[in-house]
Design a protein around this ligand. Sequence first.
Ligand SMILES: Nc1nc2c(c(=O)[nH]1)N[C@H]1C(S)=C(S)[C@@H](COP(=O)(O)O)O[C@H]1N2
Ligand SMILES: [Mo]
Length: 260
Amino acid sequence: MQLFKKRQIVIPVDGAAMLADGIARIAQPSRRAFLQRSLSLGGLTLLTGCSISDQDSIDAALTGISRLNDRAQALLFDPTRLAPTYPDSMITRPFPFNAYYGEDEVRSVNGDDWRLELSGLVARRNSWTLAQLRAMPQQAQVTRHICVEGWSAIGKWGGVPFAHFLRVVGADLSAKYVGFQCADDYFTSIDMATALHPQTLMALTYDGAALPPRYGFPMKLRMPTKLGYKNPKHIQAIFVTNTYPGGYWEDQGYNWFGGS
Ligand SMILES: Nc1nc2c(c(=O)[nH]1)N[C@H]1C(S)=C(S)[C@@H](COP(=O)(O)O)O[C@H]1N2
Ligand SMILES: [Mo]
């Protein structure tokens, strides 16, 4: 006689694999580990209140959680709290290269022809030459860069405090987003609070010399408060907007806020 019947949760054949796939696309390692430990398909269904049976709805549910995570990170972000800085002796040599392509495909941008274009909610939208940016107040910092691919390294970047630049050009500092277009078709966007953070730099130098091509010549945005993929290299255009701009990796499931 059978006293009880083991309760069975029916999940689609490939449910576990599809969920693992969705989680793998969530970039923030701590968040991903948490989801891996704690989330089942049933749990995801409970969390989101949707019936989840195919890859699209799993992805949509995980994206929903990631957007919630963006809002939590924005609330927790302290605009005055500084990321750790390090002595020059701790700089990682050689500093790693990373991009969505190999080092043999690094874009070569001509610094003399290069112009930084501005658009969106900005009062003075004239373009900027490299010489003009170099003439602005500069700051240097030695900070840790953390890539979601599982490495981190300490580097030294110098350049114009981005908050200063945004004020000079008359950007709407109450706007939600600042977006970046890069010479290699990479793009990303950040929250205004991080744009105005005192350690957010328009980096023109690496380790005291002009930013080399592999690290984003002529200019990259360096933010020690954000993960590697949020730090755009080879920036060509900056725009200020209230419309969510996404990003190259963010549109493929990486968490948008991307705090480190
Ligand atoms: N334009 C551009 N910026 C980019 C990327 C890219 O592929 N193109 N990759 C991002 C990622 S994932 C990382 S980890 C860092 C790597 O910067 P590094 O070469 O200075 O280490 O650049 C970020 N910014
Ligand atoms: Mo990265």
